[in-house]
Design a protein around this ligand. Structure first.
Ligand SMILES: *Cc1c(COP(=O)(O)O)cnc(C)c1O
Length: 432
């Protein structure tokens, strides 16, 4: 089964990077910490393929952790970036490109009446929390264990074992003072949510969640959870924030809120909205967003915000998705992949939970459905690490953790899917 591929140049590149950059990477997940071993250093990418510095080709199921829904190096996106670059790369002054992208976003996500462009998903969620607090004059926020909202201090908090714990920071450097206003609950736990609102009436500024979770692996909200979120926040006067940095333009053009028919008060976007460039956004009801400076008093700014190259890439990506929607194709190939992987595992007696919405999906090595962080945490990480490396050896680049969603792009073909299922079957056979 093992194709003895050389990864020598990646090994050397990692040794060099580790002398220069903490852990050798500029974002921790890239270091392959959850599966062990040396990360692949990438030379270039095209369509559904990544090429490492040793010249190996991989079928890519990460897509830069979400943005590359059209595949890598899409010719029209590249042309839009080049055209923008030829006119200068940053002005620090308003451009019509920003309004063009804002129009595309507001048309796609009708709950957003105003939008502010920023440079990363972290900035978007941080700013959304700030404007929610500024608009309500309240301090406390509710987040859910296992949901990731970027490395914002007040959001780098997860649950202890109790259903509702007052936040304890996940990271040194986040002070207890910062996290004490963060309440952490389990995802899909309606009773806990009701209790918090009953115990702290009119003190919660915002509830933030991933409306389909990608960051503990793919976890789907129950209809009663979504309904409770909307009803409780509305009657209490708290701001409901859908963090659609991953799901926006991914699970549907209008994001998870369009699938579920729920209008949040604020939405955060990132990843796809920047077309592979550093761009993200937050926006929502005008009555909330008009608190943002200079319309209002909540300060938020960015030297490179609304950058012309990034807005060009984002706008072209959204136009292509709007005018030639790949979502039916994505649904078809990703459901075929999911069913194929799950039945191959079953054929070898390996218990799995396949959880998918559109083109984001996780195969959990788990005996029972994953509905929240405690159930995700029962997955077999060791088996996942073996699965990951077996697929790498067979030229398939899956997310390097059990708790990350995989993504399919518009450039993946049915034969790619068949090849992936065959490779996974060969692995499952070795597990029995
Ligand atoms: C990726 C992600 C973020 C953080 O975005 P960055 O651009 O990495 O700062 C926030 N929220 C969700 C749901 C994400 O998936």
């Amino acid at each position: 089964m093992e194709t003895s591929v050389s990864r020598e140049k990646s090994v050397r590149a990692f040794e060099r990077a580790r002398q220069l950059i903490p852990g050798g990477v500029n974002s921790p997940a890239r270091a392959f910490g959850a599966v062990g071993g040396v990360p692949l250093f990438i030379d270039h990418a095209s369509g559904q393929h990544l090429y490492d510095v040793d010249g190996n080709r991989y079928l890519d199921y990460i897509g830069s952790w979400g943005p590359m829904i059209l595949g890598h190096a899409h010719p029209e996106v590249l042309a839009a970036i080049a055209e923008a670059a030829s006119k200068g790369t940053s002005f620090g002054a308003p451009t019509e490109r920003e309004s063009h992208l804002a129009e595309l976003i507001l048309a796609a996500v009708p709950s957003m009446e105003r939008v502010r462009l920023v440079s990363s998903g972290t900035e978007a969620t941080m700013s959304a929390i700030r404007v929610a607090r500024g608009a309500t004059g309240r301090s406390k926020i509710i987040k859910f264990a296992g949901c990731y909202h970027g490395h914002v201090d007040s959001l780098l908090v997860s649950a202890g074992s109790a259903a509702a714990t007052l936040g304890v920071p996940d990271s040194p450097g986040v002070t207890a003072g910062t996290s004490q206003d963060t309440i952490v609950l389990n995802y899909n736990d309606v009773a806990a949510l009701e209790n918090v609102f009953a115990e702290h009436p009119h003190t919660i500024a915002a509830v933030i969640l991933e409306p389909v979770v990608g960051n503990m692996g793919t976890v789907i909200p129950t209809p009663s959870f979504l309904q409770a979120l909307r009803t409780l926040t509305k009657s209490d006067g708290a701001v409901l924030i859908f963090d659609e940095v991953m799901t926006g333009f991914r699970v549907a053009y209008g994001g998870a809120q369009s699938l579920f028919g729920i209008d949040p008060d604020i939405t955060t976007l990132g990843k796809i909205v920047g077309g592979g460039m550093p761009l993200a956004a937050y926006g929502g009801k005008a009555s909330i967003m008009d608190n943002v400076m200079p319309a209002g008093k909540v300060y938020q700014a960015g030297t490179l915000a609304g950058n012309p190259l990034a807005t060009a890439a984002g706008a072209k990506t959204l136009e292509l998705l709007r005018d030639n929607p790949p979502y039916d194709h994505l649904e078809k190939i990703c459901s075929t992949l999911g069913q194929g992987l799950q039945s191959a595992a079953k054929a070898h007696g390996i218990p799995t939970q396949l959880q998918r919405v559109g083109s984001m999906m996780t195969l959990f090595f788990n005996e029972s459905p994953v509905i929240d962080w405690p159930s995700a945490d029962r997955s077999d990480r060791k088996r996942f690490a073996r699965y990951f490396w077996s697929l790498i050896d067979q030229g398939i680049y899956m997310p390097c953790s059990q708790f990350e969603a995989l993504f399919v792009s518009a450039t993946h073909t049915m034969s790619d899917i068949e090849q992936t299922i065959d490779a996974a079957s060969r692995f499952f056979q070795t597990e029995t």
